[in-house]
Ligand binder design. Sequence first.
Ligand code: GLU
Length: 293
Amino acid sequence: MSLPSAPTSRSERYIGRFAPSPTGPLHFGSLVCALGSFLDAIAHGGHWLIRMEDLDPPREMPGAAERILHSLHAHGLRSHFPVVWQSKRHDLYQQALQQLRARDQVYRCSCTREQVRKAGGHTRDNCIGASGPYALRFACAGTREGFADIWQGTQQQAIDEDPILKRKDGLYAYQLAVVVDDIAQGINHVVRGADLLDCTGIQQSLFRALGAEPPHFGHLPLVMNDAGQKLSKQNHAAPLDDSKASLNLIQALGFLGLRPPHELAANTPAHILAWASAHWQRKAVDRHNRLLD
Ligand code: GLU
C-alpha cells in the first residue's frame, strides 16, 4: 500500500470505518458511533471496516483491543475487510512524513506547549525550545478549512497551531496515522463522534498535503451522562454488556432517531441490523449531544 503522489478522486463506492483506540472497553457512546458509521455505510451500499488505533501503548489497557473486537462481533458489527492494526503500520506513517518533508511541510520543534502558544502556534522559524528531543510539526497554522458536515452543518475552522505528527517520545501522532490510514484504505466517509469535530480542519489540510481528496465527514451527537459530560472511559462509563447485545442495539437505534418496533428486541443482532439498515435516515438523527431518553 502506498500513498498517492497526485490527488486521487474518491472511489464511487462508499467506504466507511470505525476506528477505536484500545484505551478501554466499548461503552454505550462508542456503540452509537460504531452503529451510526456501520448503518450509514450499509444504507449507501458501501463497505465498512474496523481499524484498531493502537498507536499509543502508554495509554492502552491490556486486553482492551480484543475486548472491543469481541463486543463489536457480539453486536453483529463485522468488518468487511481484515481488521487493520496501526501498531503494524509504522512504515506507512514514516513514508508519509518523508513525503511531507520533501515538500517542506514538516519541521522539527523542541518547544514546550507553553512556548508554542507564546510563539503564536507556529515555531518553524523560531523554535525556542532547548536542544534535545524534538517533535515533528505540520506547518498549517494560520490557514482555514471549511467543510459541510453531514450532521453538524457548514463548518469553518481556523487552525491556530501547527499540530504534532510525531511526538518527542518517538510515537506517531493520532492526526498523522488517522489520515494516512484513511487514505491508504480508500475511506471516503468518516462518521464518528462529535468530540472529534474540532480535529477535522487539521485532518482535511493533511489529506490535501498528502495529495488526497478529503472524505465526507459526519459527526454524530454524543451520549452525555447526568453530569453533562460525554460518556467516556475517563469518567467511568459502564462497559457494554455483550450478553445484552440486542437490547443495547435497540437503545442505540433510539438514540440515532430510529423507532424500531417493540418485538424487534427479541431478535438477533443480525436481524436488528438488517431492519436498521433498511430504515436508516440521516435526517432522523438529532445533531445535539444529549442524555439517553
Ligand atoms: N481512535 C479515535 C478514538 O477512539 C477515533 C479516530 C477517528 O474516528 O477519527 O477516539
